[in-house]
Design a protein around this ligand. Structure first.
Ligand SMILES: [Zn+2]
Ligand SMILES: [Zn+2]
Length: 135
């Protein structure tokens, strides 16, 4: 948790227990939860914390670059504690979102650059399929 303490200090932001709880939860899961899911998960430990507080904490964490916002086209966002760019895959049946190894796609920016006139800076890769449990 050193990282978050340093970053919040640098940005002169207050590291409230709520912000820390949201961050800790995101670091502990690979599930790419939505704000509602995070809210329900930390509710037993933080019964007074509202959904609005969770949203605010997430907004701050995204702004300082500790958390990534994932638009999966569900009408709401999901959140990812893994900040470096990596591809995702989502099950069309149960909606779970998993990380894909970045290794396979590491040259994709260079490849995209080759076939376009762009200087490619980043990408957002998203795959859809049916997960092992749903097959
Ligand atoms: Zn599934
Ligand atoms: Zn991810």
């Amino acid at each position: 948790m050193e990282n978050i303490t340093t970053i919040f200090k640098e940005k002169k932001l207050k590291l409230t227990p709520q912000r820390l709880a949201v961050y800790k939860y995101l670091m502990s899961t690979k599930e790419h939860p939505s704000a509602e899911v995070i809210y329900k998960a930390i509710q037993p430990e933080y019964p007074t914390m509202s959904l609005a507080t969770v949203y605010k904490a997430l907004k701050t964490l995204v702004e300082v670059g500790l958390v990534k916002e994932l638009n999966v086209g569900e009408g709401n966002f999901r959140y990812d504690g893994k900040c470096e760019t990596h591809p995702h895959i989502q099950c069309i049946k149960c909606s779970r979102v998993d990380d894909l190894s970045n290794e396979v796609f590491k040259d994709i920016n260079t490849d995209a650059q080759k076939v376009s006139d762009y200087k490619v800076l980043s990408n957002q890769l998203y795959f859809y399929g049916i997960c092992k449990d749903c097959q």
